[in-house]
Design a binder for this molecule. Structure first.
Ligand code: FES
Length: 156
């Protein structure tokens, strides 16, 4: 069962050095760090709310709004870029009708771009939650998105 914010903050009152750990716990449990939670974290740890926001918005590990149930992480690093990864961004936007960090209206999909996923030799890489897809092309990405929808909704 996911931990509540109160459980995450338990035993950490007035401990500003716990900020990153608390944000990591929040990200893991809720999938993002909301403005309301930042205020509560600020009051509880005794860290100015601007500092909480600065840390949460600086690290890509933290999301500031909810993501889709399936997050496609698109690598735009140099090795993937020279293999036409930018075409994958066009493809994902065309297939989903959303832009980076937006969520599809059904809550299923969102996507984000990163600078390297650590598998440069097999790029372009697209990660579907924790699953890596390598040597991606626009056609493979289109099939992947259709397969995700089919898996999630069946024939509906
Ligand atoms: S640049 Fe894409 S995996 Fe490293």
């Amino acid at each position: 069962m996911p931990q509540s914010l109160e459980q995450i903050l338990e035993g950490r009152r007035s401990q500003p050095h716990q900020l990153i750990e608390v944000l990591q716990d929040l990200q893991r449990e809720k999938g993002f760090v909301s403005k309301e939670d930042m205020s509560t974290v600020s009051r509880t740890l005794g860290v100015p709310v601007m500092e909480v926001y600065r840390v949460a918005s600086f690290y890509r590990a933290f999301r500031l709004k909810p993501a889709g149930r399936i997050v496609l992480t698109m690598c735009m690093g140099t090795a993937c870029h020279v293999r036409q990864a930018h075409l994958l961004l066009d493809q994902v936007m065309a297939e989903t009708g959303i832009k980076a960090d937006e969520v599809s209206t059904d809550g299923l999909l969102s996507f984000e771009s990163v600078n390297c996923l650590g598998a440069c030799a097999m790029g372009p890489i697209v990660k579907e939650n924790e699953v890596y897809h390598h040597h991606m092309t626009p056609a493979k990405l289109r099939r992947l998105i259709r397969m995700i929808r089919l898996r999630e909704y069946g024939g509906k």
